[in-house]
Design a protein around this ligand. Structure first.
Ligand code: GPU
Length: 793
């Protein structure tokens, strides 16, 4: 009875000595406890890595406590839940983010100091969790942070790849991929749930069986795999709420292949069992094109099946009528990757819950929403009929993943205003005419917790000081308050000092990574993102070649007026994307020439930052003066990098593409450097073909590369072909003139430090709308229809 349970609870409580305490002394005790008993190292002798692990375990304990309480509360209140389904999450590191969101950063710093350690040094021991490719995956991570912070009853579901995104190393200017076996040293941020497992079926046949006169379709699988849950607590900031990101790993199923055992083929049957684990082994590194790969389809179905079984089990614990599903459950498809969910939930409702097709269909139509992240055609997945048919014989009905998602979702979201217009007028025109009400857009955002508080502590302190509050950390709209101080010289001076400090941090990193010494007085000009032709890193490199060429042809007097530049480029190329790899090589070839030209010195440097990932971004973004977002108009669905730079007071040099259009609305076009063809001009320019006008400077730069000015003459010819007049799909040639003008405008602004700093402050002040908190609130209210549910302290 109740009395018994209460007595038991009290006894437990006293054994635990109350819940975990956060004073420095308790933290120290816990850290040492984990050194001794978790790491099994002597508390008298442990190194930085072991200290990091023990520290992380002590943070994990605190996360678990809140995570438990949050879930008990969600369950008790029976709030409608959002399930965010995504095959990719780029979480990066967890330590700093966790202690900041838990609000115990200072206590930890003090506790460690007394033990002779420094928090920042230990934090550097942590590797990135890179379970995703690029913007889409980092956006998922930002959304999880906002969902937790805003107290939404949400769960994330994903895959626990054993190999995350490859590590990029550069050998002789060429990209090489190295496996990222990130779990090698243990992962203190996850909780293995050995009892939360589901069987996932593959292959086999569909047979019709007679059940008391009724004909039922039954799937007889050829293979069964077990999905095991790994839970990753996601703490909110300024709230106790800590939500869950559940990632699935594939394990051999316990369903034995009896036949193999009986025929005595014991060894082979073990080997086959082992092979099933391969499903969750590796993240596909080609962002946006996974056409027709069997293992990728297996991953998608494995993920979808395990997640839906889990979701339905939870629903059935508290409800016995599927009509209530739409009031209790919102399922969000992050791109088309999880769209098999639609077919799978239909199968479950029809085959296993026996609801009948039309009843099931009615329910299913009310629970899905779908966000698409691209306009590029190869980003839209298609699965060959025979592949789907053999792997999932009971699901074969539609194979254009986007079509399936649109038909069955109540809302189809674009990721920016411009993107949404393209979806309506081009990509999904027919669907839009059929169901205009389905089409919405919710502009992307990024979390200021990660992109200011974690990555730029000095700016964080400055913002709180001048805004007179830390409330902007939960309400980024307050950043507009910076506008009030823009004319204050003390403020501007302090702003400048913060930027200088971050440039120093970045300069040190550049020197250790590449051996290049850079001047802090130079303008740090950054382009970091995945390498894609449409993102036009080649335009940037051509601009650099042009700059170098001009410098070489300038007399000493004129050179004195030139603004020194440090051009920084970083990003990974998909392993099979030849042209992207050639762009990386060209960048290195140009860097080699320019950086070793003593005659040029500090006037121009070019550095390629290898292995760009979340933690590298945390270092690079705060240290940038200028950043480039220069995709051909109409090709970047949104772009979220620009938002991170904006928050960090970095000026943008950009085309009117994706989210930039909305950034201009907030910031005004005078406070950034805009160039290039507008989206409505692109088609016409392309039609001109070889009649297109291209500036002489462009032809000259192209000639230099073709003639072998930077070496590797033969190797670069095919790269040059992609931008030759008549073949220049992404319009580098026709945008080159206005690109150079924008660059010149940036140079001009930089020599007026006061004006530059003002623009920098106004950039950060305009960034509030691009917080993922705003994004999530819009989704919650308009699309998912979920309410906040705050776990009381
Ligand atoms: N994006 Br589709 C990816 O990073 N990977 C993909 O496979 C696809 C889209 C990006 C878009 O390119 C970017 O514009 C957007 O900001 C981001 O998704 C998040 O929506």
């Amino acid at each position: 009875g109740f009395g018994e349970r209460k007595a038991k609870a009290e006894r437990m409580f006293s054994l635990m000595d109350g819940f975990l305490k956060n004073d420095p002394f308790s933290l120290q005790k816990d850290i040492l406890h984990h050194v001794e008993y978790t790491m099994a190292r002597s508390r008298f002798s442990f190194d930085d890595y072991e200290a990091y692990q023990a520290l992380a375990h002590s943070v994990r304990d605190r996360l678990i406590e809140r995570w438990h309480d949050t879930h008990i509360y969600f369950k008790k209140t029976k709030s409608k839940r959002l399930y965010f389904l995504s095959l990719e999450f780029l979480m990066g590191r967890s330590l700093s983010n966790s202690v900041i969101n838990l609000g115990i950063q200072d206590q930890y710093a003090e506790a460690l100091n007394q033990l002779g350690f420094e928090f920042e040094v230990l934090a550097e021991q942590e590797g990135d969790a890179s379970l995703g490719n690029g913007g889409l995956a980092r956006f998922s991570a930002c959304q999880m942070d906002s969902l937790a912070t805003l107290d939404y009853p949400a769960w994330g579901y994903g895959l626990r790849y054993e190999y995350g995104l490859f590590r990029q190393i550069i050998v002789d200017g060429f990209q090489h991929e190295q496996p990222d076996y990130w779990l090698n040293f243990g992962n203190p941020w996850e909780i293995e749930r050995i009892h939360v497992t589901y069987e996932v079926k593959f292959n086999g046949t569909v047979e019709e069986v007679d059940m008391n006169g009724e004909k039922l379709k039954v799937w007889i699988p050829g293979e069964t795999v077990e999905a095991v849950a790994y839970d990753n607590p996601i703490p909110g900031y300024g709230t106790k709420n800590t939500i869950n990101l559940r990632l699935w790993a594939a394990k051999p199923s316990n369903q034995f292949d009896l036949e193999a055992y009986n025929t005595g083929d014991y060894i082979n049957s073990i080997v086959n069992r082992q092979n099933t684990e391969a499903i969750s082994n590796v993240l596909y590194p080609d962002d946006r094109s996974h056409q027709g790969k069997e293992m990728r389809l297996k991953q998608q179905y494995f993920f979808v099946s395990a997640s839906l079984q889990d979701i339905i089990r939870r629903f059935k614990e508290a409800h016995n009528n599927f009509d209530e599903l739409p009031e209790q459950v919102a399922l969000h498809l992050n791109d088309t990757h999880p769209s098999l969910s639609i077919a799978e939930i239909m199968r479950i409702l029809v085959d296993e819950e026996h609801l009948g097709w039309s009843k099931a269909w009615n329910i299913v139509n009310k629970i899905f929403s779908f966000t698409t992240h691209t306009v590029v055609a190869e980003g839209l997945e298609k699965i060959p009929v025979d592949l789907l048919g053999s792997l999932l014989p009971r699901h074969l009905q539609s194979i254009r993943m986007a079509n399936l998602s649109i038909v069955c979702s109540h809302t189809v979201n674009g990721v920016s205003k411009l993107h949404s217009n393209t979806l309506k007028t081009k990509t999904f025109k027919d669907f839009y005419e059929l169901w205009p009400e389905k089409f919405q857009y919710t502009t992307n955002g990024v979390t200021q917790r990660r992109w200011i508080v974690v990555s730029n502590p000095s700016l964080c302190a400055l913002l709180s000081k001048w805004l007179g509050t830390e409330a902007w950390i939960r309400n980024a709209d307050l950043l507009t308050g910076l506008r009030d101080h823009v004319d204050n010289t003390t403020f501007r001076h302090e702003w400048k000092m913060v930027k200088r400090l971050n440039k120093m941090r970045l300069a040190e990193y550049i020197e250790t990574m590449s051996g290049v010494k850079v001047s802090l007085d130079a303008m740090f000009d950054v382009q970091v993102k995945r390498i894609h032709e449409y993102k036009r890193q080649l335009l940037n490199i051509f601009g650099i070649i042009h700059r170098y060429d001009c410098l070489k042809n300038m007399d000493k007097n004129d050179r004195r007026k030139v603004v020194p530049r440090v051009c920084i480029i970083g990003g990974k190329a998909a392993p099979g994307y030849e042209i992207a790899k050639k762009i990386i090589k060209l960048c290195h070839a140009v860097a080699e020439k320019v950086n070793n030209d003593a005659d040029i010195g500090d006037l121009l440097k070019l550095v390629f930052i290898p292995d760009y990932n979340v933690s590298v971004a945390e270092l690079v973004i705060p240290g940038a003066d200028l950043s480039q977002h220069i995709s051909t108009a109409g090709h970047e669905a949104s772009g979220t990098g620009s938002m991170k730079f904006l928050m960090n007071g970095c000026l943008l040099l950009a085309t009117a593409d994706g989210s930039t259009v909305e950034i201009i609305e907030e910031l005004g076009s005078d406070n950034l450097f805009l160039f290039g063809a507008k989206v409505q001009e692109v088609a016409e320019l392309r039609e001109k073909g070889s009649a297109l006008k291209v500036p002489l400077q462009f032809a000259r730069v192209l000639r230099m590369v073709r003639d072998g000015y930077f070496g590797d003459k033969d190797y670069f010819q095919s790269l040059c072909d992609t931008v030759e007049v008549g073949n220049d799909f992404y319009l580098l040639g026709s945008d080159f003139g206005s690109y150079l003008e924008a660059q010149a405008a940036a140079d001009k602004a930089f020599v007026e430090p006061d004006r530059w700093i003002k623009m920098s402050i106004l950039s950060a002040a305009a960034s509030g709308r691009f917080s993922s908190d705003r994004t999530i609130r819009e989704y919650a209210e308009r699309t998912w229809k979920i309410d906040p549910c705050q776990c009381p302290f």
